[in-house]
Design a protein around this ligand. Structure first.
Ligand SMILES: *[C@@H]1O[C@H](CO)[C@@H](O)[C@H](O)[C@H]1NC(C)=O
Ligand SMILES: *[C@@H]1O[C@H](CO)[C@@H](O)[C@H](O)[C@H]1NC(C)=O
Length: 140
């Protein structure tokens, strides 16, 4: 009896992991062009909730001088692209400088529930993508 319960709990945890419910908000690099070093993403609060805001903070260290142009954001819902927006950025950085980019994501109360994947691409005025980051969340 007890063994069955434990097995069910393990199955539930695995199911939630598959949905990304307990996955780390930090996510992972998603592009071969990534060249910000020590890149990391923080999403607070995580997971995002309907009718609330989550603040996305990307940090990294520049390998060379650069001027930021925009942050391209892509939302996939259940595997399909549902929304894309470019956020203009400014800022010129020296090599080995800390870069911090922040986006305040507000989720409408009537947003569709489901499994979301978000991709965040950072572009410079030279037209190069210098970072690709992704993370998943399940919107209840
Ligand atoms: C970048 O941030 C790290 C960690 O906070 C700090 O140790 C380092 O001095 C910073 N570098 C510059 C160039 O500000
Ligand atoms: C994010 O945006 C919401 C809605 O505009 C606002 O209420 C909230 O204070 C903002 N949070 C931050 C950290 O800027």
């Amino acid at each position: 009896m007890k063994l069955v319960n434990i097995k069910m709990k393990v199955a539930l945890v695995l199911a939630f992991l598959a949905l990304g419910v307990f996955s780390t908000p930090q996510g992972q690099n998603c592009g071969p062009t990534t060249y910000l070093s020590n890149a990391a993403l923080d999403v607070t609060p995580y997971p995002p909730l309907k009718g609330q805001s989550s603040v996305l903070t990307l940090t990294g260290v520049t390998p060379s001088a650069m001027t930021l142009q925009d942050w391209d954001l892509y939302w996939n819902l259940n595997g399909r692209l549902v929304y894309q927006t470019d956020i203009s950025l400014t800022g010129t950085y020296a090599p080995n400088a800390n870069v911090t980019v922040v986006y305040n994501m507000t989720i409408p109360a009537q947003e569709t529930s489901g499994y979301y994947n978000m991709k965040l691409l950072l572009q410079t005025t030279d037209g190069y993508y210098i970072n690709c980051w992704q993370f998943n969340y399940y919107l209840v």
